[in-house]
Structure formats: C-alpha cells, structure tokens
Design a protein around this ligand. Structure first.
Ligand code: VGL
Ligand code: ZN
Length: 209
C-alpha cells in the first residue's frame, strides 16, 4: 500500500508568496507527474493553515524581525513573516497542482500557541494531527514525502513518518522538494539519511513503483 505525501505545496511557499522558497514552484510539475504515474493508493497533501495571530509570526512579537529566533510558549521559535493565514490566497494549494488526484488534505499549524512543521504533530510533540492514525489504519508499506520546504516541514514530516510508521519504507523525493536555506537543506538530507529515510529522485521513485 503506497502513499504519496505532498508537503505544503502552497502559494505562500512559492515565488510571490509570503514565505517564498527559492524555486518552490518547480516542484509542481514533478509532483503532478508523481501523482499521475506513481501508482499510489493514497495521495495526501498537507496545508500550513495559521490563524492571523499565529505565534510563529514575527508580527506577533514586539519589534521582532522575520527570520530571527524568538520564543513561543517558552520554546525557541524561528519567527516567520505572516504566511498561509487560514482562508487566504497565500494558504491555498498551488493552482497548477493537480488537486483532482489528492485524496486527503491534512491541515496543520492551527493552534496559535505552537508551530507545526510536521504534518503528523505539533513541534512540542504533543498534539497529533491524526495523519499517523490514517496511514497506520490503511497499512501503508511505503511513504514518499516531498514538497516545501525541505529544511523545515518536509524534514520534520519525513522524520516523524520514520518514527511513527515502523513498518513502512520512507523515501524523500529530492527533485520534488525545495528548501529555504542551502545549508539547512544539506543538513536536512543528512539527518533524514541517518534516520533511515531513502533519498531518491522522482525518476528512481517512478522506476521502482
Ligand atoms: C514551513 C516555515 C513555517 C514549511 C511552514 O512549510 O516548511 N516553514 N511554516
Ligand atoms: Zn507556517
């Protein structure tokens, strides 16, 4: 039972978005090809979905600049530009992503007091989104993870998948993903590899369906 998990392929993380990832829009055609040709039994898309006063936004911290460290609920927190506010154009999935093939959308980041990079649980690792229950119930044997951004939401999603789905093979599809910071991408790939996640290209993923 094979599942594709598309992480945060939203306007906000593509050029023109409020937290644009360099080349973020380039993942869309690769994701579309994976969906069309990958033979997946289940396709899930995660969606960063924040209230307008989310505590990860620099705008909620007096005098703080985006891309600096602050705290949220006593924990270190990267402060971001306002992004992916619930119901906004910025939060919408990219219009060129073939949404007709998506079975389930998993929203995350709804609680203003904690960020949620992972599609599986909040950053403080308490509240679950419910996605692990879905994937366990469906008996997923292989999960392919890709999207935006490699060094944040994709990495934490893939690492949680590795931890929460012990029976499944987890693969990170590199050319269907883009990151915020090149150094962060390098260390994310190293962390994922060390955790036992396979790093593959979409060509390889499609040839090993
Ligand atoms: C993300 C920072 C803040 C992501 C989401 O999707 O990688 N990064 N919110
Ligand atoms: Zn966010």
């Amino acid at each position: 039972m094979k599942c594709l998990l598309l992480v945060d392929i939203q306007n906000g993380f593509c050029p023109g978005g409020h937290l644009a990832v360099p080349g973020g829009d380039a993942v869309v055609p690769v994701a579309n090809r994976l969906m069309a040709e990958g033979g997946y039994d289940l396709i899930v898309a995660s969606q960063d979905w924040h209230p307008a006063d989310h505590g990860s936004f620099a705008s909620q911290h007096d005098g703080a600049a985006p891309f600096t460290m602050g705290t949220l609920n006593g924990q270190p927190q990267m402060l971001w530009p306002d992004h992916c506010v619930e119901g906004s154009e910025d939060a919408a999935l990219r219009p060129d992503l073939d949404q007709t093939r998506i079975d389930t959308i998993q929203r995350k980041g709804l609680d203003r007091n904690v960020d949620s990079y992972s599609a599986f649980r909040d950053n403080d690792q308490t509240a679950l989104t419910g996605l692990s229950d879905l994937l366990l119930a469906r008996g997923v044997t292989r999960l392919d993870v890709c999207g935006l951004a490699t060094d944040y939401c994709v990495k934490f999603t893939a690492l949680d998948a590795r931890a929460m789905l012990p029976e499944a093979q987890i693969r990170f599809i590199e050319d269907a993903s883009r990151g915020i910071d090149p150094e962060g991408v390098r260390s994310a790939i190293k962390e994922m590899t060390q955790a036992g996640i396979a790093v593959v290209t979409s060509d390889t993923a499609l040839s090993e369906t």
